[in-house]
Design a protein around this ligand. Structure first.
Ligand code: AKG
Length: 285
């Protein structure tokens, strides 16, 4: 996919048509650096904790404190990183990730796509994809494969946000344009290391695959029914750091994943309701 100039808002009628027809949009430069840096700080904090554990267990000697965020986790933890999982959620349910969901230009776009108040969804993930790592290669799936058929009529847009530039060599995302029109399809657990849910290859129209090259500040927004996957990381020592977050069309079912209080509504922007505070949100984890 060609990269373009900064996204201007509101979204154009062509973009709204692309969203309807293709089930995804690549938005350029819609996540301000303040929010990106907050997420990086939080991920750094998690990495600090992991490296501390590895040192205490005498698995690694050096903490690599002098290394940059882009390489440190990989260079210090190396193959031991696998034991800390393929994605993190509990560890990142903090103010920085809360703030990311409120990033102005992104929220403007989501409001336009849903046509309602902007409601947050409880599923988000930190995704460190290390060079050569199989564990974090995500096969073709729909997010509704995880949320269940109860979410079929819901609109739960995902915003996938890289913290480093991504392309087909370091684990960017691919989407199948128009696949959201399939409805929820059957998923099974893959045999590979990640044990992610995947769909049969026969459901993927090869001619409709779009490879999403992205820069820092960009967001790939896709429908919960859009087939997507992430590619292997085959080059460089730069970790493919990314975060995926989700929103909900107001009034829709969030799918078979709930807050601590199932009646909790995370109001991010509203014409009529009070916006959820950090304090209220933190109580839900
Ligand atoms: O970040 C990745 O590698 C995969 C992301 C993904 O599949 C998702 O956000 O649903």
């Amino acid at each position: 996919m060609e990269t373009e100039a900064k996204q201007s808002l509101p979204l154009s009628s062509e973009q709204m048509a692309q969203w309807e027809n293709d089930g995804y949009l690549l938005l350029k430069d819609v996540v301000p650096m303040a929010e990106i840096n907050g997420v990086r700080d939080r991920f750094n904090h998690v990495v600090d904790g992991i490296i501390q554990q590895l040192k205490e267990q005498d698995i690694v000697e050096e903490d690599g404190a002098e290394l940059p965020f882009e390489t440190r986790y990989w260079k210090v933890a190396g193959e031991h990183a696998n034991r800390f999982g393929r994605s993190w959620r509990g560890q990142i349910a903090t103010s920085e990730i809360f703030d990311l969901h409120y990033a102005g230009p992104l929220v403007d776009a989501i409001a336009q796509l849903t046509g309602t108040d902007v409601i947050g969804h409880p599923v988000f993930n930190a995704r460190p994809k290390l060079p050569g790592q199989q564990l974090t290669v995500v096969p073709w799936h729909q997010d509704s494969g995880y949320f269940g058929t109860v979410s079929e009529q819901s609109l739960i847009p995902t915003a996938w946000i890289p913290l480093v530039p991504v392309d087909e060599t370091n684990g960017c995302l691919q989407v199948v344009a128009g696949s959201h029109k399939l409805g929820v399809v059957n998923h099974h657990t893959e045999n590979r290391e990640g044990k992610f849910l995947e769909v049969l290859d026969s459901l993927v129209d090869e001619e409709k695959i779009v490879t999403c090259q992205m820069d820092i500040g960009d967001a790939l927004v896709f429908n919960n029914l859009t087939l997507h996957r992430s590619l292997p990381h085959t080059t460089s020592e730069i970790i493919r750091w990314a975060i995926d977050i989700r929103y909900l069309r107001d009034g829709d079912h969030p799918g078979s994943i709930y807050w601590k209080d199932p009646d909790f509504k995370w109001v991010i922007r509203s014409q009529t309701e009070s916006v959820t505070t950090l304090e209220q949100w933190l109580k839900m984890w």
